[in-house]
Design a protein around this ligand. Structure first.
Ligand SMILES: NC(=O)c1ccc[n+]([C@@H]2O[C@H](COP(=O)([O-])OP(=O)(O)OC[C@H]3O[C@@H](n4cnc5c(N)ncnc54)[C@H](O)[C@@H]3O)[C@@H](O)[C@H]2O)c1
Length: 441
């Protein structure tokens, strides 16, 4: 089929590349000229495992092209995927201006029947909004159908998730349009839930809010562990073994961040209030999540600081991991931003290392009182403590003896529980992890 994907970010690029790989003709559209230039000259503007190879193969075989012209892309396509950003609005709701701009662009280019698929995460009712924007811009309703097909991929494993999703959700008032979109996914052999548009829109928000709640719940249990002799990892082993609960999303840590969970929890809370069915549970999730970093920083200050206005003045702290999760360069709502800010406010000087996200991090975190390093060992130089912020695989395999030899004081604050207590204690470190009292060597 001929497809166009509007918005060549994390979702649009992976979606477009996978559909091309399944044999479709795909045109990616983006308003960012430099992004389109990068894509048309063989590059990949984001870090996502397996994506560069997929882009390259399909570009070479002529099934994947990129343009800034929405008109050209829409005219050549039967199915149009909207994959633009849906950031938070000032009032706590969702800013749909990119979706609206895409819908207007589509309307201006429609000459024959099109299926318009919303893949962006959008509040309940956005399908109707897109329908209305397109009609308002001169297209009769018989010339198009609107479908909601939310995306569930995780950055860092987006290609795998797109090729092997748990489920595909397709919502539409048009059975014909829903069935046509379903055909696109036929080769994946995945359970497909065909439903109405509003249910599809809500499935996405409810899924993300539930996962955020699961993470938050176990973090709250971790707080209890820190006040007792219990160990959150042992607790999770027992809790997760219940098949009604499962182990996924029970890793205690610094709280959820990233480009989706914070904004989607907020958007659902906002929508529930607006609709008079307030989900107060999400208020509690938010509050608990917001307390994760202050609590972690407080533990660092208690161990390394002095009782003064700038308790960490004169201390150097090594920060390992800046991206919001491993295997991505995405810094949106990364915990590192809040942590670096709090530590600098407390007077610390930072030495930070991330395998991929340093350039993006520098733009957001800045250069004041922070040096960006080329290796974890360089980040450890002269440090009174190392903090693990993102659980990149390479941190698990660090040479702990070498790390210790670079440091002023061998203390690790592990915000992601990547080490076993015994492993770091045997290497001579004092070890603070989430959901366990500290361990001295
Ligand atoms: N990133 C994820 O892991 C993920 C997962 C599931 C769902 N989502 C949802 O998917 C949507 C896209 O997320 P993303 O992370 O890919 O965003 P992104 O910011 O990486 O990409 C959005 C792209 O759209 C482009 N764009 C904006 N307005 C445009 C327009 N009018 N025409 C053409 N291009 C335009 C931007 O330049 C950008 O390249 C969001 O609603 C998000 O919540 C994201």
């Amino acid at each position: 089929m001929n497809i166009c994907v509007i918005g060549c970010g994390y979702v649009g690029l992976v979606t477009g590349a996978v559909f091309a790989d399944l044999g479709n003709e795909v045109i990616g559209v983006d308003i960012d000229q430099s992004r389109v230039d990068t894509l048309n000259t063989g590059g990949c503007p984001i870090h996502e495992p397996r994506l560069p190879e997929l882009l390259e193969r399909n570009r070479q075989e002529g099934r994947l092209k990129f343009t800034t012209s929405i008109h050209e892309a829409v005219s050549k396509s039967e199915i149009i995927f909207i994959c633009v950003g849906t950031p938070p609005a000032e009032d706590g709701g969702t800013d749909l201006s990119e979706v609206e701009a895409a819908a207007i662009g589509i309307a201006r280019a429609i000459q024959d029947y099109k299926i318009i698929v919303n893949k962006s995460t959008v509040p309940v009712g956005t399908g109707d909004f897109v329908q209305e924007v397109i009609e308002r811009n001169g297209v009769t309703s018989t010339d198009f159908d609107v479908v909601c097909n939310p995306e569930f991929m995780r950055e860092g494993q987006a290609v795998r998730d797109t090729l092997q999703p748990d489920r595909i959700v397709i919502g539409s008032s048009s059975e014909k349009a829903a069935k046509t979109v379903q055909l696109l996914y036929q080769a994946l052999n995945t359970p497909c839930i065909i439903t109405d548009t509003q249910s599809a829109e809500l499935i996405k928000y409810a899924s993300n809010a539930f996962l955020a709640t699961k993470i938050t719940f176990i973090n709250a249990v971790a707080n209890l562990c820190e006040e007792t002799q219990a160990d959150i990892r042992e607790v999770v082993k027992g809790v997760g073994a219940d098949s009604r609960i499962g182990h996924a999303f029970l890793g205690a840590g610094l709280g959820y961040g990233g480009s989706c969970f914070p904004k989607d929890v907020d958007a659902l809370l906002h929508a529930s209030r607006r609709l008079g069915a307030e989900m107060t549970i999400l208020e509690a999730v938010r509050a608990e999540n917001d307390s994760r970093v202050p609590r972690f920083v407080q533990r660092i200050i208690e161990r390394l600081g002095t009782k003064s206005k700038l308790p960490l003045k004169g201390k150097t702290i090594g920060v390992l991991g800046l991206s919001f999760k491993p295997d991505t360069d995405d810094m949106r709502e990364a915990k590192s931003i809040e942590i670096c800010h709090a530590l600098r406010e407390a007077g610390a000087r930072l030495r930070a290392y991330d395998p991929i996200a340093t350039a993006n991090a520098r733009r957001i975190i800045g250069d004041e009182d922070i040096e960006y390093c080329k290796s974890p060992y360089e980040a450890a130089k002269g440090a009174s403590g190392i903090i693990i912020v993102t659980e990149w695989r390479e941190f698990i395999q660090l040479n702990l003896n070498r790390l210790k030899s670079e440091m002023m004081e061998p203390v690790i604050f592990d915000g992601r529980n990547i080490y076993s207590s015994e492993q770091v204690r045997d290497a001579g470190f004092e070890y603070f992890s989430i959901g366990k009292t500290s361990l001295k060597p």
